[in-house]
Write a protein that binds this ligand. Structure first.
Ligand SMILES: Cc1cc2nc3c(=O)[nH]c(=O)nc-3n(C[C@H](O)[C@H](O)[C@H](O)COP(=O)(O)OP(=O)(O)OC[C@H]3O[C@@H](n4cnc5c(N)ncnc54)[C@H](O)[C@@H]3O)c2cc1C
Length: 464
């Protein structure tokens, strides 16, 4: 039986990054993955293919609706959906092949098959070619997550789908109902709306992107409505009838009124749940808390030698959080001080405009009794935003009223996903609003909006 210092089960961004870092630190490492392709949800059916389609569909939208403002008059703009989907698949293949190359480069042993915990550091790898047992001094569970189904509306892969199928519809649905206005629902809804579908988003809570700053949610909802998306907020899906030619979704709004939505397809995007049923966790006695694998600050489960990271454990289900945990865990078992700062994990919704945030919202600060001062600055006051034709949105900086320490930064606008990096670093370095405000920002850039918002914490923005 082959023995490793570390056996990682699951080759998503948590698992494969953990394997690389462990190998860099000299640990003999094996990575077990049940799928043929490495990269997990993120590279195969998550972050990357969704962003590829968001980019293509945004370009389609720009050419149809925005190019004339730049003096560019396209003769005709036609959608070639198979080609758009092929481009997305090509990007996925390049990146997943790239992960395989990284494994070779770092001398990580990749074993394809389903990994099952066998106790005493042993892991069975089950595949079509049989069963093989390996052993690890440490075993890291990184099996990620899967979409949540609604009990009365199970996925059928055709009419009732998860994000996985919504990444590859072969025709544009006439009417797509999206259940759930979180990141995945809003992003996939945006893709198909831009490509010509009528999109109705139903959300139980009273606002879109419910985790975000309330003002940002309101602005985002307004922007998406202007793009043609329809929202039923504070509404509950009570039942649905799936027929050969479509689905009727019955919803009930906050006043108890019922509405029937007839559509071609329903995307159920009500969340994801940890993938705890593939690796023999129950049989091995791995403790769960609310469906997630319980770990301590060092990613240790209740079983000696068994650890867990990524979507399986507490915290936001995000690829960069899984990666950072993978690195921290590998460093810890190599005797180094690995650490993840959960207070500085950015969260992005890649709609247009994009929504990006890090740290606490104003409401969260108030709920914690933290005295805050807030600075805002709008994209319309920024020269680069004007030149880009992207002057919709704002930056909101939340700082401690007494110490000026940054507590949160919230950005709604074009390229917010890139702009947030500066704010994450600022939070990581325990910077103050004054630090951001005094930092020289290149002109003309969108990043100047962040500086102006930081200046506005003390009401001294220059351009607004
Ligand atoms: C449509 C969509 C868009 C997303 N967009 C973003 C985004 O823009 N940014 C972001 O940060 N996050 C995004 N996410 C979330 C992100 O994909 C996840 O947070 C991330 O992939 C979690 O990483 P992980 O390593 O924990 O697990 P996963 O990526 O889920 O990987 C787990 C791996 O384990 C394998 N596995 C499971 N059981 C076994 C077993 N028993 N044996 C062997 N292998 C097994 C699975 O096949 C899988 O490859 C998105 C998700 C979706 C669905």
């Amino acid at each position: 039986m082959d023995t490793f210092d570390l056996v990682v089960i699951g080759a998503g961004p948590g698992g494969y990054v953990c394997a690389i870092r462990a190998a860099q630190l000299g640990l003999k490492t094996a990575l077990v993955e049940r799928d043929a392709s490495l990269g997990g949800t993120c590279l195969n059916v998550g972050c990357i293919p969704s962003k590829a389609l968001l980019e293509s569909s945004e370009l389609f939208h720009v050419m149809r609706h925005k190019s004339e403002a730049h003096g560019i008059m396209p003769a005709s703009v036609k959608l070639d959906l198979p080609r758009m989907l092929a481009r997305k698949e090509g990007i996925v293949k390049d990146l997943t092949d790239g992960v395989a190359v990284l494994m070779k480069k770092n001398k990580v042993t990749v074993l394809h098959g389903r990994g099952v915990l066998k106790g005493g550091g042993k892991v069975a790898v089950l595949s079509d070619s049989g069963e093989r047992e390996i052993a690890g001094k440490s075993v890291c569970l990184a099996m990620g997550s899967v979409p949540v189904q609604l009990p009365f509306l199970p996925f059928d892969g055709n009419r009732v789908v998860s994000s996985t199928e919504a990444l590859c519809f072969d025709t544009v649905p006439a009417h797509l109902v999206v259940i759930g206005a979180g990141a995945i629902g809003l992003e996939m809804g945006s893709v198909w709306n831009r490509l010509g579908a009528k999109v109705t988003v139903v959300e139980l809570l009273p606002r879109v992107a419910p985790f975000a700053d309330a003002q940002m949610s309101t602005f985002l909802e307004r922007a998406l409505k202007a793009q043609g998306m329809v929202f039923r907020l504070g509404a509950k899906v009570t039942s649905a009838k799936v027929e050969a030619d479509g689905v009727t979704v019955v919803i009930q709004n906050g006043k108890g009124e019922e509405e029937r939505l007839a559509c071609d397809k329903v995307l159920v995007a009500v969340g994801r749940k940890p993938c705890t049923d593939t690796a023999g966790l129950a049989e091995a006695g791995v403790a769960l808390d609310g469906g997630r694998v319980t770990v301590d600050d060092h990613f240790q489960t209740n079983l000696p030698g068994v650890f867990a990271i990524g979507d399986l454990i507490r915290g936001p289900m995000l690829a960069h959080k899984a990666q950072d945990e993978g690195v921290a865990f590998a460093e810890l078992i190599a005797g180094k001080p690995g650490h993840v700062n959960y207070d500085a994990i950015p969260n992005v919704v890649y709609t247009h405009p994009e929504l990006a945030c890090v740290g606490l919202t104003e409401e969260e600060c108030k709920a914690k009794g933290l005295p805050v001062k807030v600075g805002k600055f709008y994209f319309k006051g920024n020269g680069r935003a004007k030149s880009l034709g992207e002057d919709e949105g704002l930056v909101k900086v939340v700082a401690h009223a007494e110490t000026d320490r940054l507590l949160g930064v919230h950005i709604l606008g074009a390229r917010a996903s890139d702009m947030i990096a500066e704010a994450v670093l600022a939070l990581e370095m325990h910077a103050s609003a004054e630090d951001l405000a005094r930092t020289c920002h290149a002109h003309p850039t969108l990043s100047e909006i962040l500086k102006e918002a930081a200046l506005n914490v003390d009401k001294r923005a220059i351009h607004g």
